[in-house]
Design a binder for this molecule. Structure first.
Ligand SMILES: Cc1cc2nc3c(=O)[nH]c(=O)nc-3n(C[C@H](O)[C@H](O)[C@H](O)COP(=O)(O)OP(=O)(O)OC[C@H]3O[C@@H](n4cnc5c(N)ncnc54)[C@H](O)[C@@H]3O)c2cc1C
Length: 448
């Protein structure tokens, strides 16, 4: 019987897991967060006021069974036309904090928040959660630890570069500090994190040159006003080529945004049904295209980004960095443009790593995950996107057995679900895992 669940990490996933256990009248929960503020995680904790959600408010309710919850919350604060608005991420953080604070005040006292870093889990008579300064016993644990940070780009050794020149963490608050108008900032990566950094530099009045470089140089596309269309009734085949064919045909008929969006209800099942080889093909050939069409920018953010491009301040290069050499005037970066054999050099006074989050357990430097993986308690999924879980969210050990005492949630489960990065998907997952843990609680309690 599960009477007590320890949840490791209080970003969106862990926080909603805790709140949903309360809502399901399930086992009591201890939510453990190492950051000073719980409830925000990376997405809503590291945001600047210029950063807005990339999903309309109508789709950002924390609760799958109450889809207009966030819109009502905004309306109660006087936000006009809330449903179609792209709200600042800091405001979404306030929403989550309020939900967490209300859950912590619940008179049942079934939710407890603990500040600290979980260093290890030991499984004997349930699970012993080892923090730096104490140990907590629970019947089951949930890993809600979020994405792993990006790796340094190949050929870049941070030990050889000064900390003011190279920012390996794009969320480091010092990223825009100390730059002059004649300086050049090289951003490695051209996805959503790059856009955040460009907006931040712009908001801080940076007038120098910004170069964003990635292998294909693809930029995230923009949302457009929603339009009605007749959705496909069944999912396309699960091979990469059939998916591409189907999206192309539907794009011609209903527009590419609708063609991508109508796949949403099927994406997890398509991924689940695809063979390992097909998933590999998708990741190798289609993923960059999928990412920029699927994870779109709010129109106002896209317009701001394009303004920086049009005034010649932001240059986007498709290419590959080859080497980094710090000299007195900056870091000399050797690179090759896509399709060219010629090596060129640029000099950047700052480099920001925006290559995006990773999930490869084999390369993680997180002590908790390292220990669990080394002992075979958890294992990487076949595509090395994160932690291997079954379709119920139970982690799978190195010997292939599911662990009913250890669940994982959020982006680190994308090997099993793929489409499990944004709020609309994670809220369903936290709701289902909470229901499962609550059933285990009640079934045990009733002696069934
Ligand atoms: C910049 C950004 C913007 C996004 N914008 C949107 C958006 O507009 N719309 C949308 O739908 N989705 C968006 N997403 C995606 C989505 O909201 C996030 O992926 C989601 O918030 C993931 O939450 P999480 O709790 O799984 O991970 P995280 O937010 O990373 O939280 C994990 C938490 O676990 C803690 N932790 C980790 N290890 C330990 C440990 N050993 N002990 C204790 N604590 C630990 C960390 O400190 C952290 O607080 C965005 C994501 C990012 C990164």
């Amino acid at each position: 019987m599960i009477e007590h669940v320890a949840i490791i990490g209080a970003g969106f996933s862990g926080t909603l897991q805790a709140i949903n256990l309360l809502r399901h009248d399930g086992p009591r929960a201890t939510l453990i967060e190492r950051a000073p503020v719980a409830g925000l995680g990376l997405a809503y904790g590291a945001a600047h006021p210029s950063h807005v959600l990339n999903v309309r408010a109508a789709n950002m309710s924390a609760f799958p069974d109450d889809p207009s919850h966030f819109v009502r919350w905004l309306e109660s604060r006087g936000v006009a036309d809330a449903a179609t608005a792209f709200i600042p991420r800091v405001t979404y953080g306030e929403y989550l904090r309020e939900l967490l604070d209300a859950a912590l005040r619940d008179p049942s006292g079934r939710l407890n928040l603990v500040r600290g870093e979980v260093e290890d889990l030991e499984f004997a008579d349930g699970v012993h959660v080892r923090l730096t300064d104490r140990s907590i016993h629970a019947d089951a644990a949930v890993l809600a630890v979020g994405n792993l940070p990006p790796h340094d780009p190949p050929g870049l050794d941070p030990e050889t570069l000064s900390a003011t020149r190279y920012k390996g963490d794009p969320w480091d608050r010092s990223v825009p500090e100390g730059l002059g108008d004649k300086d050049t900032v090289l951003i490695i990566g051209t996805g959503l994190t790059m856009v955040d950094v460009v907006l931040l530099l712009d908001a801080r009045g940076f007038k120098g040159k910004i170069i964003a470089l990635s292998r294909r140089g693809l930029l995230p596309r923009s949302h457009a006003p929603a339009s009605a269309w007749e959705r496909i009734g069944e999912r396309p085949g699960s091979t990469a080529s059939r998916l591409l064919g189907s999206v192309r045909a539907r794009s011609a008929a209903i527009g590419w945004r609708n063609a991508v969006d109508e796949l949403r209800p099927f994406t997890q099942a398509m991924w689940g049904n695809a063979t390992e080889a097909e998933r590999g093909r998708f990741l190798r050939h289609l993923r960059p295209w999928w990412d920029v069409h699927r994870h779109r920018l709010a129109p106002e953010v896209h317009a701001r980004l394009m303004a920086v491009v049009e005034r010649g301040q932001l240059e986007v290069i498709a290419g590959k960095t080859m080497g980094f050499d710090e000299q007195a005037d900056g870091i000399h970066v050797a690179f090759r443009r896509r399709g060219s054999d010629a090596s060129e050099t640029m000099v950047a006074q700052r480099i920001v790593n925006c290559t995006g989050p990773l999930g490869d357990l084999a390369r993680t430097e997180e002590p908790l995950l390292q220990k669990l993986a080394a002992r075979g308690v958890i294992r990487p999924d076949a595509a090395h996107l994160g932690i291997d879980v079954d379709n119920q969210g139970q982690t799978i050990a190195a010997d292939g057995s599911p662990n009913g005492n250890l669940y994982a949630l959020g982006p680190m489960t994308r090997g099993a679900f793929w489409e499990i990065v944004a709020v609309p998907d994670i809220r369903n997952q936290t709701w289902s895992v909470a229901r499962r843990l609550s059933n285990a609680h009640w079934v045990g309690g009733e002696g069934l």
